[in-house]
Design a protein around this ligand. Structure first.
Ligand SMILES: Nc1ncnc2c1ncn2[C@@H]1O[C@H](COP(=O)(O)OP(=O)(O)OP(=O)(O)O)[C@@H](O)[C@H]1O
Ligand SMILES: [Mg+2]
Length: 210
């Protein structure tokens, strides 16, 4: 299998309303048109067990979990997702597009939630070793604009994180920027205030499709 044919594991990261779900669908459609095997998944969730854990994480009162409890739930879900869905799909030769992955844990529970990133890094190594995305797209948007978009999209039942205040979302945004600064090879930053079409062009370029 040549380097070009090797299936890629691409993760989509950024704050609420930054356009992740919009762009993941567009990339999925583009890969389908090119007859490249592809699957879409998301976190928290993505496997049967992980979706059950997702319900515990995203619903309910914002004070339901402290940062550590939340983190351990997220990693329990991720382990199941990686072993049962992501690795088998890649082994079958399918690309995997994932709406959020471990960078969200570093941003939400680390930079915004206050847990030391070194502890999170150790946990990552314990749970999934050196497994990780081939490429990560960070949708960079002013958190106020992102939240405005989610309001326009309408109310959803899964609103636990949207209910956190703007200061939290700003820390989250700063966290994603710091992660992108630390790993510029893997994490491609795209200005998500652009049009859907302009962003899509940058996404295609980032994953090597022109
Ligand atoms: N480039 C864009 N310009 C303007 N509006 C956009 C753009 N991309 C997406 N939107 C709209 O903004 C809203 C949020 O987009 P989307 O659901 O893709 O974001 P998201 O990052 O998946 O959000 P969440 O984190 O809440 O899942 C949607 O109503 C979508 O149609
Ligand atoms: Mg989304």
């Amino acid at each position: 299998m040549s380097a070009v044919e090797k299936p890629l594991f691409i993760t989509f990261e950024g704050g609420e309303g930054s356009g992740k779900s919009t762009q993941i669908k567009l990339l999925y459609q583009e890969l389908m048109v090119r007859e490249i095997p592809v699957g879409i998944t998301r976190e928290p969730g993505g496997s049967e067990g992980a979706e059950e854990i997702r319900e515990l994480i995203v619903n309910g009162d914002k004070g339901r979990w402290d940062a550590w409890s939340e983190t351990l739930l997220v990693w329990a879900a991720r382990r199941d997702h990686v072993e049962k869905v992501i690795k088998p799909a890649l082994a079958r030769g399918s690309w995997v597009l994932c709406d959020r992955f471990f960078d969200s844990t570093f941003a939400y529970q680390g930079y915004a939630g206050g847990l030391p990133t070194g502890d999170l890094q150790r946990l990552r190594e314990m749970v999934i070793g050196d497994f990780g995305p081939s490429k990560t797209i960070f949708f960079d948007i002013d958190p106020a604009l992102g939240l405005e978009r989610t309001v326009e999209r309408g109310l959803e039942s899964e609103g636990r994180f949207e209910s956190f205040d703007l200061t939290f979302h700003q820390r989250l945004h700063d966290g994603f920027k710091e992660l992108a600064r630390r790993e510029p090879e893997r994490i491609v930053t795209i200005d998500a205030s652009q049009s859907v079409e302009a962003i899509q062009r940058e996404v295609l370029k980032a994953v090597g499709l022109h």
